[in-house]
Every structure is written in structure tokens, then in C-alpha cells.
Ligand binder design. Structure first.
Ligand code: SF4
Length: 387
């Protein structure tokens, strides 16, 4: 389903007036001495008529003035999501520049350490044992293979190494789990941030991962609570939130986002962002994935989403969770450099590099290097204190 827009207020209702905020970039590093930043007022849009400012303009300006909010309403988020694309691009970027170095993009590498044969029925996933996709179940990769992949990723510029296992949960996998704890410690020792995505976790496992040195744990909500049962039936939305709570309680950073292009409505996209942005703390990382439809899965016939839907999601995520990393994840392989530039303008500041994203194709390393050079992007340095 495409990007059906939601109308939550009458066209004549005026959003609250924008605050005035000075414009400054939040740059982490600089190699040459820059000129002093100009002191100018917040952008005041010239308009040819008296139409109200868009949600992106109002809440983008406010985000810079008042910082993080945890009391977003669905209506407010829908106002942002439904803003004209040009406003989403501009105000996503406006917020991005206040909270992040606008040229720094985190490069992460994701390795499938245990592929296929998963008991879950996520209808987008070629690794589910319920679907005939040609992906065979395999054993967990050995230490030498995983550590060699991490070293290679580091040499190629990645600062975060993520390990994914196709499991419902880590329950009853004591030996594998112990091995993974060892991998985490070793990779952390290489000076990389380490992330895992291993399915559902309990509180004790989360604590063990924290002690081993894990920076972040990925567990996506995938979509809205309402649409979720159409995508997965083998575990509930609340199961997912429970795992996120265990991760948060253990002091591990939360990485959680979703997928667009599953057949969801714009309301569902807004609903997912609402759940994420009203958690007790925003996820430090919010992956925005575009479905890569795989033959043999129930969603094999889904059409790819247009880049504008990605821009809408990214800019909206950027405005409602301004301090989070917003990761342009699966589906990037279909985007050219100009499309990706739009996503970075909208507020994305993290990508997966490496030839494969679990089982699907990812962008080529050389192409990514060319893109960084052409767009003037730099790799984000690892932060082993915060992460
Ligand atoms: S997304 Fe994860 S949990 Fe769902 S089927 Fe695929 S591997 Fe299993």
C-alpha cells in the first residue's frame, strides 16, 4: 500500500506559532578553522498566502528550542508526517544540524552469525522456516570467522559491528549465548561498538551482554501495534516491548525501528513512530527499513516504496526523536546516490556497509566510498564511552 496521507485537523486549523531559535550546526569535528557562525534568527518562511505553517516547520523549530519530548500525540506526529516533502527535507535537516554533526554518518556492518531455520513467522523474512525461500538453516559461525569479519569491517571503516542470529529468543541456547558473549568482548576489544540482534531476551541475558561490553541491542517493533498481527503471529507486540525494557534496564542502548512497504497505511507508520517516541527514553538508534520483497515469503508481491516515503519516515523520526541516530537500513541497495542524499538531508545519519545485509544484497563498498566523497560525508567516530 502506498503512502496514503492522514488528515488529522481541518485545513484551516493553525498549528502553534514557531519559536525563534538561532541557527547553529552541531559538528563533532572540524579540520580547518571555520568562520564564526552567523547569528541569525530561525528561518521565517515567506508564504504567498495565509496558509498555516506545516507540522514539520512548527515541530522542527520547537525541537531545536525545547529538546526531547516524550509526550507526542499521534496527531502531532501525523501533522509532521503529512507535511509537504520540501518542508520535511528542510526541517528534518534543520533539527539534524542542531543535534548532530550533519556530515558524519555512522558506518555499521551487520553479519548473520546464525542464518535461517527460524521458528518465527515474520512475513517479510526469508529466514523463517515457515517459508520456502531457499535460505537453509545453518549452525552458528565460529569465533575465527566472526572475528575475521569484524576485523575486515573495521579496516573498511565500520565503527559498529552488529551480529544477527535467526532465533525466536536466546532461551535454551546456553552454549551459543556464552560464545556470543565472548565475541562481544573480543570485538569491543578491537575498539568497535558492538550490537546484537538475537530475538527476545530476558533481563538476566541482557545484563550478561552488558557486562560483556555490548553497546546496543537491536529489536525492531516493525510496524504499528494495530498492523503488527498481520505481519507476525508467533510473538506479540508486548513481547517486543518487554525485550526493549530489559535492554534499557540493563543499561544497553536500544536500537529499534521498523519496516515500510509491508502493506501498512500512513497511520501505521505514524503509530510506530508514536510508540517509539513515547517510550520512557527514545531508542538511541532508529532503523528505517524499506521492504526488500523476497520470493517465497508472503510479502513477495509487495511493490517497492518510493524514496519519498523513506524521506517522510526519516524526517519525521528525526523531528520527534532528534537526538537518536536514524539509520537508513534495508532497501538502500535500490537507492541511487541522489536518493540517498535526500535521506541524509532528511536526517538519516547511519548506514549499513558491506556486501550483504543478513541474507539480502547490500550496497557495494566502493560505491559507498564514492558516495561519501561526492557528498562530503565523513565516517562517524566510535564512542566507546557513551556506547
Ligand atoms: S525476522 Fe528474525 S525472528 Fe522473524 S523470522 Fe526472521 S530471523 Fe526469525
Amino acid at each position: 500500500m502506498g503512502s496514503r496521507l492522514i488528515h488529522t485537523s481541518s485545513p484551516n486549523s493553525s498549528p502553534p506559532p514557531p519559536p525563534a531559535t538561532p541557527v547553529t550546526d552541531s559538528r563533532a569535528t572540524s579540520t580547518t578553522a571555520p568562520p564564526p557562525p552567523p547569528t541569525v534568527a530561525a528561518p521565517q518562511d515567506k508564504r504567498q498566502d495565509d496558509r498555516p505553517l506545516s507540522g514539520a516547520a512548527v515541530y522542527g523549530l520547537r525541537a531545536r528550542e525545547s529538546g526531547l519530548r516524550y509526550d507526542w500525540t499521534r496527531e502531532e506526529i501525523a501533522q509532521i508526517y503529512n507535511s509537504p516533502i520540501m518542508d520535511l527535507l528542510f526541517y528534518g535537516s534543520y533539527v539534524h544540524r542542531h543535534f548532530h554533526d550533519p556530515l558524519a554518518v555512522q558506518q555499521c556492518t551487520l553479519l548473520s552469525i546464525k542464518t535461517g531455520g527460524c521458528s518465527e513467522d515474520c512475513s517479510y523474512c526469508p529466514q523463517s522456516s515457515k517459508y520456502d525461500t531457499g535460505v537453509k538453516g545453518s549452525k552458528m559461525l565460529s569465533e575465527d570467522v566472526v572475528l575475521a569479519a569484524a576485523r575486515k569491517a573495521k579496516e573498511a571503516g565500520s565503527t559498529r559491528f552488529c551480529m544477527g542470529a535467526a532465533w525466536r529468543s536466546t532461551a535454551g541456547r546456553k552454549t551459543n549465548f556464552k560464545q556470543i558473549l565472548g565475541y562481544v568482548t573480543e570485538i569491543r576489544g578491537m575498539g568497535m561498538e558492538v550490537c546484537c540482534t538475537l530475538g527476545m531476551l530476558d533481563g538476566d541475558q541482557a545484563k550478561q551482554l552488558k557486562e560483556a561490553g555490548l553497546s546496543a541491542y537491536n529489536h525492531n517493533l516493525d510496524t504499528s501495534r494495530e498492523f503488527y498481527p498481520k505481519i507476525i503471529t508467533t510473538r506479540s507486540y508486548d513481547d517486543r516491548l518487554q525485550t526493549l525494557a530489559h535492554v534499557r534496564d540493563a543499561g544497553i542502548h536500544v536500537c529499534s525501528g521498523g519496516i515500510i512497504g509491508l502493506g501498512e497505511s500512513a497511520e501505521d507508520r505514524v503509530g510506530m513512530l508514536h510508540t517509539l517516541s513515547t517510550l520512557p527514553k527514545h531508542p538511541e538508534s532508529v532503523p528505517v527499513n524499506a521492504l526488500v520483497a523476497v520470493e517465497g515469503t508472503p510479502l513477495e508481491k509487495q511493490q517497492p516504496v518510493p524514496v519519498w516515503d523513506l524521506v517522510r519516515m526519516i524526517a519525521t523520526a528525526r523531528i520527534v526523536m532528534p537526538a537518536s541516530m536514524v539509520r537508513l537500513s534495508a532497501g538502500r541497495v535500490r537507492l541511487g546516490m541522489a536518493d540517498q542524499a535526500l535521506c541524509f538531508m532528511a536526517g538519516a545519519n547511519s548506514i549499513f556497509t558491506g556486501d550483504k545485509l543478513l541474507t539480502t544484497q547490500n550496497n557495494e563498498w566502493e560505491g559507498d566510498q564514492r558516495m561519501f566523497e561526492t557528498l562530503g560525508l565523513v565516517g562517524l567516530k566510535p564512542d566507546l564511552v557513551k556506547n
